[in-house]
Design a protein around this ligand. Structure first.
Ligand SMILES: [Fe+2]
Length: 183
């Protein structure tokens, strides 16, 4: 699956323009982070990040609840799409969903936390992209705090994810994106 095929697939699934623009922006932001990680010597598949970024929200062609990650993954899996892309979609919601979170919303048993670098990069990029523009992570955290409460694990997990990427990059991932992203 390449970039053009991913965009075609979104269109075939009747993704509205807003979703297409969001997906393209997340893909670009993911790629900036992935490229910086690669430059730092980490093994990361840039093509996978690009395509995973494009398809992470394909589940939103079906629904907008917290289940859209799982639903998107299922859709991609049924199409026979590369399992590494499937997992990017399945594991991108929030800062990932813990086993308890997944149980609470009745998802089948599985892993819903981003584990690979590619999965982490797309998950994080999605949290610093609003509709189709780069926003501070703080804006997303505020939204989560309002929706889920100050003590929510989701907030903590996102802060940890940012910290982890910052450690690997040796700098703030948000700065890295701001420096390289031009609208
Ligand atoms: Fe999403």
């Amino acid at each position: 699956m390449n970039e053009q095929e991913a965009i075609n697939l979104l269109k075939e699934e009747k993704a509205p323009d807003t979703l297409l623009r969001h997906s393209i922006t997340v893909s670009e932001v993911s790629l900036i982070l992935a490229f910086a990680l690669k430059e730092n010597g980490y093994e990361i598949d840039l093509e996978l990040v690009k395509v995973g970024g494009l398809l992470h929200d394909i589940g939103r062609t079906r629904m907008h609840t917290v289940h859209h990650g799982y639903v998107g993954g299922k859709l991609l899996r049924e199409m026979g799409i590369d399992e590494r892309i499937v997992r990017i979609a399945e594991r991108h919601v929030g800062g990932g969903l813990s086993k308890e979170d997944a149980e609470k919303i009745n998802l089948p048993e599985g892993v819903y936390m981003p584990e690979t670098l590619e999965e982490k990069v797309v998950c994080f990029a999605d949290k610093i992209v609003g509709m189709d523009r780069v926003i501070p992570l703080e804006e997303t955290l505020d939204k989560f705090r309002k929706e889920l409460g100050d003590e929510s694990d989701a907030v903590q997990r996102l802060i940890e994810l940012k910290g982890e990427l910052a450690k690997l990059l040796g700098r703030d991932p948000e700065d890295e994106v701001k420096k390289n992203f031009f609208v």
